[in-house]
Design a binder for this molecule. Structure first.
Ligand code: HAM
Length: 426
């Protein structure tokens, strides 16, 4: 049996890295005052059709949709925003005193895409949403949290690309210009783009098939259609970013692959050499109208999602070792089979005090146990033999310095804790 295409197992050594990046993200969210939300892995299909947009690739081609035994159409979530906004409306979070509502999440998402490096069918996002405020400072907060995250991981060669998709009015004008631009030559485009032309011409700009068509390069830029309000909002976002030292590049062709965006949108790429191009680690932006679409009041939101797998790939390519905690405080070595019971007892006492402890379970000889302790990076070993048990005193060996001291049984936990504390490892 093998696992389904586009999925992967995360084994303990790899999982330890996940813990590090998730902790950095969660600590940052705490610093920025975002609270965690956990929404279901599956939702009613309609949520994504209406939320993400029925002209997007995600909805038309990539959703894992099935009928459940009650005849409902259910979809494994392809992203997090629609669910968070649904929850915001369902729990009437708009009525809370504390506004904007700032939520973060992490977990698996599902898209039926062609798997390749950094693209899976089940992948994990860490994301957040701030709902209820239309203030350029919150756009800056959201972007700066993501940038801080990459900085804290020590990831070099990160680029922030921003754009504005403007408000409804600006978008309407841009839409007309796009139709006029593509209409005469639409036959040169794929069948999907034919549908997109009148339904949502912006989608032509991020078509996976036609992205090299020269008309895409010369398409009218949204920035030329922004009305005064949209323009001034975008200017303020840029000014705030500059004020806190975040560099960015404006890319008027950045449109994002989901329909709910307006005003600020952004992507953060890793432009690490050896990637064979660049990889988008984080994408996000503003969405006005989504809360209303789901039956709530007018409440503008902004957020981002970042791909955990891609972040780990980027870290690996940049040869950045994460500070994973693989320390073993003490390995208990048994010199005779009679020592087993004492080893189990001592180990239980150690673990009660949160001393990371391990022993042999494979009937290894003394020498092989020592080897095992070394392999597992044990900081200390305790050797247990008949004499030791009778004398109620044990040899505590420092595996780094090699020194060995005799410690009375009742002092063992204390002595270990003391030594570990001195090293600030416990
Ligand atoms: P998205 O751009 O579709 O945005 O995805 C965000 C990030 O998820 C991408 O930049 C990428 O790192 C990762 N990602 C997406 N698809 C895959 C895949 N198949 N395999 C691996 N990683 C992937 C959203 O999902 C929006 N909900 C973001 C957002 C939140 N906008 C506002 N709030």
């Amino acid at each position: 049996m093998i696992l389904p295409r586009g999925t992967h197992d995360i084994l303990p050594e790899e999982a330890a890295k996940w813990h590090v990046i998730e902790k950095v993200f969660m600590d940052l969210c705490r610093t920025y005052q975002y609270g965690e939300i956990r929404t279901p892995i599956f939702e009613h299909t309609e949520l994504f059709e209406r939320g993400v947009g029925d002209t997007t690739d995600i909805v038309t081609k990539e959703m894992y949709t099935f009928e459940d035994k009650g005849g409902r159409s259910i979809t494994l979530r392809p992203e997090g925003t629609a669910s968070v906004v649904r929850a915001y409306v369902e729990h009437k979070l708009f009525g809370q005193v504390n506004q904007p509502v700032k939520l973060y999440y992490k977990g698996p998402m599902f898209r039926y895409e062609r798997p390749q490096g950094g693209r899976q069918r089940q992948f994990n996002q860490m994301g957040l949403e701030a709902i209820g405020s239309f203030d350029p400072a919150i756009d800056t907060e959201v972007i700066s949290l993501a940038m801080n995250f990459f900085q804290m991981l020590g990831l070099p060669n990160i680029e922030l690309v921003i754009n504005s998709l403007g408000d409804k009015e600006s978008r309407q004008k841009h839409r007309e210009a796009l139709i006029a631009h593509f209409e005469p030559n639409i036959d040169e485009f794929c069948a999907d783009c034919h549908t997109r032309l009148y339904k949502n011409p912006l989608r032509i700009l991020d078509c996976k098939k036609d992205h090299d068509h020269p008309l895409i390069q010369t398409a009218p830029s949204i920035l030329d259609f922004l009305n005064e309000e949209s323009k001034s909002y975008f200017e303020q976002v840029k000014r705030y970013l500059e004020a806190i030292g975040i560099s960015y590049r404006v890319d008027p062709t950045l449109v994002r692959g989901l329909d709910y965006y307006n005003h600020t949108c952004f992507e953060i790429m890793s432009v690490e050499e050896g990637f064979g191009g660049q990889m988008t680690l984080c994408g996000g932006g503003r969405y006005h109208g989504l809360v209303e679409e789901f039956g709530g009041p007018e409440a503008p939101g902004i957020g981002f999602g970042m791909g955990a797998e891609r972040i780990l790939i980027a870290l690996e390519k940049a040869q950045i070792a994460l500070p994973v905690d693989n320390m073993l405080d003490c390995y208990l070595i048994t010199a005779q089979p009679e020592a087993e019971l004492k080893a189990v007892e001592l180990m239980a006492a150690f673990r009660k005090q949160r001393i990371v402890a391990e022993k042999d379970y494979m009937g290894r000889k003394l020498k092989a146990q020592l080897k095992d302790a070394n392999r597992k990076n044990a900081r200390f070993t305790v050797i247990i033999g008949e004499t030791e048990i009778n004398q109620r005193a044990y040899q505590l060996k420092d595996m780094e310095g090699g020194e060995q001291v005799e410690v009375a049984e009742e002092m063992l936990v204390h002595e270990l804790l003391d030594r570990l504390k001195r090293e600030e490892r416990n």
